[in-house]
Design a binder for this molecule. Structure first.
Ligand code: NAP
Ligand code: MG
Length: 489
């Protein structure tokens, strides 16, 4: 190779060819109705809203908006199903239905993945490798518990609660539906689920699966709509259990509305997790984990590692490596298999993230953004980090829910822990070190529900998930997830 060629090869900004996932096998109807009592029915007031594709702002489908009367119909259908069929079934039979749902999700995984990416903006790599397989895994896992509840709670009389009202957010639409529906059904409850307004499609596809799987009508009902639909469900007098995943603000409203009632509730709320990186950590591995923890899924993850606490002696090296890695991340078409960071879920969420980018700079932080291009239409945010921020800054304290990392340094283990714990949240955390004993000390000291060591954002249906402080009340997942759907005597 002569000098000119080697220079050319070095200077070329290598681009990947587009590798779009095919959409041929996917059917999205123009309009979707409510799923109540085993069939799709029009909303009483005849109101509909659009679900759009945040990557191109085009309308994907018209979605029924459930009013109070519709929510009431759905709760009545769930009550009837609970009393006449579901609670009378042998537990092993309940399990068979849940296994069937799991298998159909697995069979239709490609279709579910594409629809999840179209409706919510997440990269296909993620919906294909994480969301959809984990959703199926949750149904498989809880199907297995359906006829073994007496082993889960030895020496106790286990009974279902009745009708569960479940409300989920837009960041993991099908997975959150699985987290909610699978344990509820396994324990013998019936369900009314409200998906998020911006991502209703996979829940409605799941309704088709549930219908085709032959579940008795009314065991699962799906009511689409906005916040007022959620509020109507929460306030319905015939709900025995509320399961909510979403923002701390709405969680607080729900908690207040339930004060003095006998309704049982679990709340999975926000987070502001820290990744704590020590100077003895495998630095390249840690950088990859940090990138995965905050830029993965556009930072639309409640347990995202949105803060980095790095030991001072390696801070410059880690930050430089992070910036280099951020430069290589591809922001763009969610359906492209090369894409690392997809579209921000909605215009409103993008506006919120951008207001934090401004705020972080106004507070004196130094902002660094990767330089790559983003598509013209749609909602996009380049991976961003802030250095020079302190504990009292709002970008350090508040959940942004976007691809934005706040970086701080520490000298001693105790300082690292104190800073990590100094937030109103306590959902998750990460520690990166070569020393096993340090991992245990940090894990003991962190006031957070889920702690990863030398990895981040790994999930398994058998592991419980839930937070401390303003991150929520109760747990989902694993054996703990059954607790929330039974009464014990
Ligand atoms: P959100 O605004 O609280 O919405 C969550 C769900 O509640 C949506 O279905 C929403 O409907 C509905 N809702 C809105 N107002 C309501 C009300 N007054 N009563 C009952 N339901 C109501 O949260 P989001 O912005 O969609 O989701 C992001 C938040 O979820 C973040 O804070 C994140 O940390 C948290 N999250 C937590 C976990 C966890 O497990 N801890 C997991 C994922 C996400 P609309 O969509 O129509 O507004
Ligand atoms: Mg949408």
């Amino acid at each position: 190779m002569d000098d000119t060629t080697s220079k050319l090869a070095f200077d070329t900004d290598w681009q990947y060819d587009p590798a779009p996932e095919s959409t041929d096998h996917v059917r999205v109807d123009d309009q979707y109705e409510l799923f109540i009592g085993g069939e799709f029915v029009a909303p009483k007031e005849g109101r509909y809203f659009d679900s759009i594709n945040p990557a191109n702002e085009q309308v994907l489908a018209r979605i029924a908006s459930a009013g109070k009367d519709d929510v009431d119909r759905a709760v009545k259908a769930a009550r009837k199903a609970y009393e006449t069929s579901w609670s009378k079934l042998k537990p092993a039979e309940r399990g068979k239905y849940i296994y069937r749902i799991a298998r159909v999700i697995q069979e239709r995984a490609r279709e579910f993945s594409v629809i999840e990416s179209l409706d919510g903006g997440k990269p296909i790599r993620e919906s294909r490798d994480i969301d959809i397989p984990l959703a199926a895994a949750h149904f498989f896992y809880y199907a297995g518990w359906a006829d073994k509840l007496e082993y889960a709670f030895p020496g106790k009389q286990v009974a279902a609660l009745g009708v569960a009202g479940q409300i989920i957010p837009w960041n993991f639409p099908l997975l959150m539906a699985a987290w909610k529906i699978a344990p509820a059904l396994a324990c013998g409850n019936t369900v009314v689920l409200k998906p998020a307004e911006t991502t209703p499609l996979t829940a409605l596809k799941l309704a088709e699966v549930i219908r085709d799987a032959g579940l008795p009508p009314g065991v699962v009902n799906i009511v689409t709509g906005a916040g007022d639909t959620g509020a109507a469900l929460v306030d319905h007098p015939d709900i025995d259990k509320i399961a909510f995943t979403g923002s701390t603000a709405v969680g607080r409203l729900i908690q207040n509305s339930q004060a003095g009632t006998s309704t049982i509730y679990t709340l999975e709320l926000g987070g502001k997790a820290a990744n704590i990186v020590f100077d003895d950590a495998a630095i390249d591995q840690a950088v990859e984990g940090i990138v995965n923890g905050i830029f993965f899924n556009q930072g639309h993850v409640c347990c995202a590692g949105s803060r980095l606490l790095v030991q001072e002696s390696v801070a410059d090296e880690v930050v430089q490596k992070l910036k280099d890695r951020m430069e290589t991340l591809i922001v763009g078409d969610p359906l492209d298999k090369n894409t690392d960071i997809g579209a921000i879920n909605s215009a409103a969420q993008l506006e919120k993230i951008e207001s934090y980018l401004q705020l972080g700079q106004d507070e004196g932080g130094e902002m660094y953004q990767a330089s790559g291009s983003v598509p013209e239409r749609g909602y996009w945010c380049r991976p961003t980090l802030f250095t020079g921020v302190s504990q009292s800054n709002r970008v350090v304290q508040e959940e942004i829910f976007g691809p934005v990392l706040a970086v701080q340094t520490f000298r001693t283990e105790q300082e690292g822990l104190d800073k990590a714990n100094n937030t109103p949240y306590g959902l998750s955390g990460g520690v990166w070190t070569d020393k096993g004993a340090k991992i245990f000390r940090i894990a003991q000291g962190l006031r957070a529900g889920v702690i990863w060591a030398n990895t981040f954002n790994k999930f398994d249906p058998a592991s419980p998930f839930g937070g401390y402080k303003e991150s929520g009340v109760g747990h989902e997942g694993g054996l703990h997830g059954l607790d929330a759907y039974v009464s014990l005597a």
